[in-house]
Write a new protein. Structure first.
Length: 63
C-alpha cells in the first residue's frame, strides 16, 4: 500500500505493460513501478494427497 507524497491519500493501482502505475484519486499524482513476473504452480503430493502452492521467481521458472 502506497500513499501519495503530495497529499497523503492512498494510491490506486493500475496494471500497465511492464509494471504498475500508482495513481492518486485526489490530486492525480502518478508513479510507475516495475514489477517482477511470478509464476504459481499447484501440485498434489501423491504421498499426502495435499495441495501445495509453489511460487517461482524469474530465475527458478526457467528450471
Amino acid at each position: 500500500m502506497d500513499f501519495c507524497p503530495k497529499c497523503g491519500t492512498r494510491m490506486r493501482v493500475k496494471r500497465v505493460e511492464g509494471g504498475v502505475k500508482l495513481i492518486c484519486p485526489k490530486c492525480g499524482h502518478e508513479e510507475f513501478k516495475k514489477t517482477k513476473v511470478l509464476q504459481a504452480k499447484y501440485e498434489v503430493s501423491p504421498e499426502t494427497r495435499r495441495e501445495a502452492l509453489t511460487v517461482l521467481t524469474g530465475e527458478e521458472s526457467e528450471i
